[in-house]
Write a protein that binds this ligand. Structure first.
Ligand code: COA
Ligand code: AMP
Length: 632
């Protein structure tokens, strides 16, 4: 980059957008390099690097081998669950990915076809993603904590040509059986018969023999011919990743090939300060966007070593697990969710476990997924003795909207702030009418169009929903759905969602989707689910239900049934464990449930009862329920 300080770089990214991103695009190896950066001919739908071609998997793997770095470690697998450590050089990983691409091709997968990947945290998950990309096909990874019904909804929307899965995932308390879940999802979906490729793992009740016709990963790999990388247009989709919207129907965020490779490459150098020879460990899951960007693609595009960890921050076996991994694999950058840090701090407040390990390789800790509260920020900085970088982003953006770009300039930190907007994000804070607010005043955080490369280009086969969900509220801008403010130094403070999305242990959930499930119970007349503050998980979903007249369910039994129903329909990831029967829900005269007021009461915040409330007495009735300490 010509500019080496943040302020100039940011200004240039907006003022000379094309030049900025064309320059950044030189970090990528193209089969046809871009001559133009932005295609705005279909605005407000934008495309980056029109007419250019490349292959993302080639950029993540082969080119490093061709550059003579085939013997360097590309991927380390560390399973705290099984006590296994294994590493793959760039040559080995390239070979496996090419071979698995051959497997997919032999099952009829070609350019543009979708492949649904429902995998635990094992190397084969990354191999399947990269192999799909190698063929120019489109992967859609579904997190293992989702129930069959959610998997079925994603299969129906993506219309895959194949499914890749494994026997299951290992949670500390149980083995999660994936094969029956996939079978149920296929039965629920309208997909018909599809090739299902299974990586078998030991210790699971269900095996391949129970599912005639499904294919064994190892066997198919033995028979396959390696496939070469397919050329795709920069604007072709690389993946679809479903995320919670405000309704029960998940949104299929579409990521392109070219913009994604350029943007992630830029972030590796400029935000994470990671290059060849460095080790980056992102303690997330490949089912989340953080896992896509920084377990799989980012570190490999940069020619660094990435680490895939099967385990938890605590209990596998103790609160020293993360520090053990940092020591064993000489991790330079660790990226995790604040909830994981809170879990470690709760179990080991004095960081006694840390003293057992040498973590001198660690340069920086990054956190995202939810707000990094200042106490956890201070604790982590004090015990680790390294900079702690909160950065804010979303599944939709694929990379940080705000960060402290450590590779560009070490900006001062302000606790509670993810620092400043990253290049290409024309961030402003506006009121409900779209007018900019004063410095320091809270409002809607919006991003002027076009969004930078690497962000979503649309929702899968649903341009209209993309426009109505994100681009309609504030003309010319993308609505992030987050509220916050910017101080006089330009630092952004993200305060929370303005919609019905909640964040439980760094997992994004829709309260609307949980409400839909609860409302399907025969005894429930209506319900509201809100996210209430939780000291460990940031938020937890709490349900309030009004029973149908005449329903005489025992409350404890009803709550058990509702908890089971949510687990069955959405999955354990919803972590739904709290429901309360109430006489009535507070509503406006037009029938809108006052969820925000309920949340403010439950969190002990000051609350505002809108003048449009239908029956003010309901608030009085709810006070004792929402605020069990009774404080008004
Ligand atoms: N497959 C199946 N089930 C899963 C799962 C997966 N991949 N991941 C979580 N679950 C289950 C858990 O087993 C648990 O089930 P239970 O109700 O039977 O106990 C439930 O989902 C809730 O899990 P979780 O919210 O993770 O709570 P926990 O108490 O098991 O663990 C933490 C708490 C803080 C240790 C854990 O949430 C954590 O590590 N969070 C970090 C999350 C993260 O990295 N997010 C990525 C965003 S950057
Ligand atoms: P997800 O799409 O799962 O990454 O969730 C995105 C949402 O998580 C954002 O819209 C925010 O509400 C929240 N979020 C993620 N990172 C941060 C952060 N660093 N600070 C505050 N909120 C965050």
């Amino acid at each position: 980059m010509a500019n080496t300080n943040y302020r100039d770089t940011y200004a240039r990214s907006l003022e000379q957008r094309e030049d900025f991103w064309l320059e950044a695009s030189t970090a990528v190896t193209w089969t046809k390099p871009p001559v133009a950066a932005l295609d705005d001919s279909a605005a407000p739908l934008y495309r980056w690097f029109p007419k250019a071609t490349l292959n993302t998997a080639y950029n993540a793997l082969d080119r490093h081998v061709e550059a003579g770095r085939g013997d360097q470690t590309a991927l380390i697998f560390d399973s705290a669950m099984l006590g296994i450590k294994r590493s793959y050089t760039y040559s080995e990983l390239t070979g496996l990915v090419a071979r698995f691409a051959g497997v997919l091709r032999s099952q009829g997968v070609g350019k543009g076809d979708r492949v649904v990947i429902y995998m635990p945290m094992i190397p084969e998950a990354a191999i399947a993603m990269l192999a799909t990309a190698r063929l120019g096909a489109v992967h859609s990874v579904v997190f293992g904590g989702f129930a069959p019904k959610e998997l079925a909804a994603r299969i129906d929307d993506a219309g895959p040509s194949a499914i890749v899965t494994a026997s299951g995932g290992i949670e500390p308390s149980r083995h999660v059986e994936y094969l029956p879940a996939v079978a149920e999802a296929l039965a629920l979906s309208g997909a018909g018969a599809l090739p299902v490729i299974v990586k078998s793992r030991e210790g699971f009740a269900a095996s391949l023999e129970d599912f005639p016709g499904w294919l064994d990963w190892d066997q198919t790999m033995e028979q396959a011919f390696p496939a070469a990388p397919e050329d795709v247009a920069a604007t072709d989709p690389l993946y679809i990743l479903y995320t919670s919207g405000t309704t029960g129907t998940p949104k299929g965020v579409v990521r392109d090939n070219g913009g994604h490779a350029v943007a992630l490459s830029w972030t590796m150098a400029n935000i994470y300060d990671i290059g060849p020879g460095d080790v980056m460990w992102t303690a997330s899951d490949v089912g989340w966007v953080v896992g896509h960007s920084y377990i799989v693609y980012g570190p490999l595009l940069a020619g660094a070593t990435t680490l895939l960890y099967e385990g938890k921050p605590v209990g596998t076996p103790d609160a020293g697990a993360f520090w053990r991994v940092v020591q064993d694999h000489k991790v330079n950058v660790l990226f995790t969710a604040p909830t994981a840090l809170r879990a470690i701090r709760k179990a080991d407040p004095q960081a006694a476990e840390l003293a057992r390990y040498d973590i001198s390789s660690l340069r920086t800790l990054f956190a995202a997924g939810e707000r990094l509260d200042t106490e956890t920020y201070r604790w982590a900085g004090a015990v680790l003795g390294v900079p702690v970088v909160d950065h804010w982003w979303q599944t939709e953006t694929g990379w940080a909207i705000c960060a402290n770009p450590r590779g560009l300039e070490d900006l001062p930190f302000k606790p509670g702030s993810p620092t400043v907007p990253m290049p290409g994000y024309a961030l402003t804070i506006v009121d409900g009418t779209g007018a900019p607010v004063e410095v320091g005043e809270e409002g809607n955080i919006v991003l002027g169009l076009p969004l930078p490369p690497g962000t979503l280009t649309t929702l899968w086969q649903n341009d209209d929903r993309y426009v109505s969900s994100y681009l309609a509220a504030f003309e010319g801008s993308y609505a992030t759905g987050d509220s916050g403010y910017q101080d006089a130094d330009g630092y952004v403070f993200v305060m929370g969602r303005t919609d019905d999305i909640i964040n439980v242990a760094g997992h994004r959930l829709s309260t609307g989707a949980i409400e839909q499930v609860i409302a399907s119970h025969p005894a429930v007349a209506e319900c509201a689910v809100i996210g209430v503050a939780d000291p460990l998980k940031g938020q937890r979903a709490s349900g309030y239900v009004v029973l149908k007249a005449g329903a005489d369910s025992d409350e404890a039994e009803l709550v058990r049934e509702l908890v089971a129903l949510v687990r069955k329909n959405i999955g354990p990831v919803a972590d739904f464990k709290h429901a309360t029967v109430v006489q009535a829900l507070p509503k406006t005269r037009s029938g809108k449930i006052l969820r925000k007021t309920m949340r403010q009461i439950a969190d002990g915040d000051e609350y505002v009862v809108p003048s449009t409330i239908e029956d003010p007495e309901v608030i009085g009735q709810l006070l004792g329920v929402l605020r069990p300490d009774g404080a008004a």
